[in-house]
Write a protein that binds this ligand. Sequence first.
Ligand code: 5GP
Length: 120
Amino acid sequence: MHPKDCIFCKVIDGVIPSTRIYEDEGFICIRDIHPQAKVHLLVIPKAPIASLEEVFPERGENKAALLGQLFDVAAKIARQQGLLPGGFRSVINTGSLGGQTVFHLHLHILGGEPLRGSFG
Ligand code: 5GP
């Protein structure tokens, strides 16, 4: 369930200030407030979707097309930010056991320095 008191909805609406580096009809991209790499960006769909679980619900409409758009935007931003062709890491944390802390779907883009080939 998408929370009523959603931090990223407030970021999208401009109620919570952020460093917005990209915006189109469906997405925004901001700098993460606690960067885990030299470059740490968040690509956030404007649609109120809590997590990947809601993109592929057990019942109801599958929103798979949104993920294609999300990665398309991410690659575009990575190019604009000089992360490509070198490379970057993209991460979607899903659910509390997956490390998700903000329950509004978002893609992390990490890079700007060599990243270790490990997780966690
Ligand atoms: P998650 O843990 O849900 O995958 O990622 C949430 C991310 O949002 C975290 O990396 C956290 O630092 C970032 N974050 C949380 N609140 C804010 C905020 O108000 N502004 C920005 N720019 N980032 C935030």
